[in-house]
Design a protein around this ligand. Structure first.
Ligand SMILES: NC(=O)C1=CN([C@@H]2O[C@H](COP(=O)(O)OP(=O)(O)OC[C@H]3O[C@@H](n4cnc5c(N)ncnc54)[C@H](OP(=O)(O)O)[C@@H]3O)[C@@H](O)[C@H]2O)C=CC1
Ligand SMILES: CC(=O)N[C@@H](CCC(=O)OP(=O)(O)O)C(=O)O
Length: 346
């Protein structure tokens, strides 16, 4: 049994980690932090966890966290950077759900996150935690930077096309829509029920901070001679609580052959990517509260645009589920431990 610490236990990704870890046979949560809720029992704040945890929130403290085998950061950007040098020097393994170590270029990180990077010396240590790309590196990593929610849905959708040099990488488009929990528990007024329900809108169309992360990931799978890569990424706010639906467009270079077979082969051994039968339209409800990404690919009218639809639960495969998948890989457990529940319906 490994000892788990969670920094930032009162946000949505924190409570999702607790929900999933409650039934994990090889991991036990020993520390869960909150400054605002210090000494409050976890089950007082989250009644869904009554009977599962006999634990109270405590203030974050590197000494006690350093005694855990693995520490998850479910905190706003900038927090993990500050505590990382001490945890790393103690040999603690870390899975960071924030964007602190996702982008390899500190200046690019500063440009999109609006502040200096607080720990540039450790960026090189971090492995980008998308198991479908980096499983072998994750296994030995001390620090794993979990992908963002939009980047997970978008990269899994585009990867088979780009790895096989089938599309023009300079003309990629992603329209992606997220439920309001993607904005976190301290979200702005936009996520209020009375503001977001019965309505639908795009936001950050001029540039969202997930753009450099997605482009970095997609560039890493390109063939050497594929040419420059450029993505137009437009996020939208969906009036649902959980879920992301990404609709992706790319221009084929020529006859691409059987795209359905390509996707099925690429993901045949992936426990958390499900390629749906030809003609399907994945729905967010088919992945709600599960760690699965469901994908459909089509080539409308056999023209030169390929359309990929990719759905995930932003809090599960888009955050806490993927974080636990990474932990399973790091500790040599079966990758699916604690993550096998089917989606919640209706
Ligand atoms: N929501 C989503 O769908 C996704 C979120 N993420 C990322 O996961 C991270 C967590 O997001 P989310 O769960 O939404 O919640 P929040 O960003 O609202 O997380 C807040 C948590 O962090 C703690 N915290 C805040 N500041 C500090 C600090 N300086 N030191 C220590 N703890 C701090 C808070 O507790 P307290 O202030 O009491 O200490 C609280 O428990 C973010 O980086 C987010 O971008 C990633 C993918 C998807
Ligand atoms: C709906 C909504 O507001 N979504 C958030 C998603 C970002 C998120 O969760 O951030 P990381 O994945 O980078 O940690 C946003 O667009 O800012």
């Amino acid at each position: 049994m490994i000892k788990v610490g969670i920094v930032g236990g009162t946000g949505y990704t924190g409570v999702e980690l607790l929900r999933l870890l409650a039934n994990h046979p090889q991991a036990e949560v020993k520390i869960i932090t909150s400054r605002a809720e210090e000494n409050v029992p976890v089950a007082h704040l989250f009644p869904n966890l009554r009977g599962h945890y006999d634990l109270a929130f405590s203030a974050p403290d590197a000494d006690t966290l350093g005694e855990c085998d693995v520490v998850f950061f479910a905190t706003p950007h900038g927090v993990a950077q500050a505590m990382m040098p001490e945890l790393m020097s103690r040999g603690t393994r870390v899975v960071d759900l924030s964007a602190d170590f996702r982008i390899k270029d500190a200046a690019l990180w500063s440009k999109w996150y609006g502040k200096e990077h607080g720990c540039p010396q450790l960026i090189g240590e971090a492995v980008y935690g998308l198991p479908e790309l980096n499983r072998h590196l994750i296994a030995d990593a001390q620090l794993v930077a979990c992908p963002g929610c939009y980047p997970t849905a978008t990269q899994l959708g585009f990867i088979p096309l780009l790895e096989n040099n089938l599309v023009d990488p300079s003309r990629l488009i992603a329209n992606a829509a997220s439920g309001t929990s993607g904005a976190g528990r301290q979200a702005s007024i936009d996520a209020l029920l009375s503001e977001s329900s019965d309505s639908f809108k795009a936001y950050a169309s001029a540039g969202h901070r997930h753009l450099p992360e997605i482009e970095q990931g997609l560039r890493s799978v390109l063939n050497k001679d594929a040419g420059p890569l450029s993505l137009t990424f437009v996020p939208h706010l969906l009036p649902i609580v959980r879920g992301i639906h990404a609709t992706l467009y790319a221009t084929l270079r020529g006859n691409a052959g059987d795209l359905q077979a390509l996707y099925e082969e690429r993901y045949a051994n992936e426990p958390f990517v499900d390629v749906l039968p030809a003609g399907s339209h994945p729905q967010t409800r088919s992945v709600k509260s599960s760690n699965m990404c469901r994908i459909a690919v089509c080539q409308p009218q056999q023209r030169d645009t390929v359309v990929v639809m990719s759905v995930i639960d932003n809090l599960t495969k888009g955050a806490s589920g993927q974080a636990i998948q990474n932990m399973n890989i790091m500790f040599g457990f079966d990758e699916t431990l604690g993550l096998n529940s089917p989606a919640l319906l209706p």
